[in-house]
Design a protein around this ligand. Sequence first.
Ligand SMILES: [Zn+2]
Ligand SMILES: [Zn+2]
Length: 294
Amino acid sequence: MNLTEYHYKDFKFIGISEGGIYTCVGIPRFKLLFDTGIGSPSLIEYNKILLTHGHLDHASGLAYLISQRSLRKLPPPEVYVPREIYQPLDEILKLWHKIENYESQYKLIPIDFNAHYDLENQFYFKALQSFHRVASNGYVIVQIKKKLKAEYKHLPGYEIAKIKNQNPDIIETVHEAVLVFSGDTQIEFVLKNEIVQKAKILFLECTYICDERPIERARKWGHIHLYEIAQYSEYFKDIEKLFLIHFSPRYSKKEIYETLKKVLPEWLYKKTTPFLSKERKETPFAFKNLLIEI
Ligand SMILES: [Zn+2]
Ligand SMILES: [Zn+2]
């Protein structure tokens, strides 16, 4: 996997995503990795791995990354997974110990939808239910911020300082969704989760963009079609930045850029970036008729 780098404000993202081939996006700042793709030596430094589901384009690199960290004497990674795949994954990893004749260390953690998992300082993450063909979830990274209550915002600084001395209650604590990562899902992940609609940065899957692979087909396979994002565009009005991931490899870069421009309303198109690899072909994928399900 040849990883690509994208930036938005304070965040750097490193990853790659093609539907059915591989998906992983890392945030170096948190040493946090959403999905492993098929594994890469460049991902070994990530000590928090958040799996969205067990499909191999998202999770097959897990055993490799665990083993590589262990061989380099790095601390065991924390691996967060949907509860339903906890046991089979644990079995696979232990079988791999036997095959390798080496016991790699890892901490496998079944996701609890009610839990807040701490990151650095004022950040934590939690899982959100997603809508795929198998047990799956997305993740949200939340920042806890202290903010002046709305009714005091119009006051000048010296007034605020004076009031604050008498009444510290003028400050409130807010939890802001900084980033959401969808994994594979149907559009309901956006429609049913207010926190997704309020996220500053949203990584959202968009597997299909053409008439040959219509909305019904996307839904049948547990995916999102670009036409649905256009249809429900009002749900994206508060999102600052939209990264679209997981495009089927049947589409060329050119096709993706042109179709996004054509299909999305201009205001949404302007804040949208397709997360595309360097490897993705500029011209239409030569073997696209062989791609039965992606
Ligand atoms: Zn996938
Ligand atoms: Zn999947």
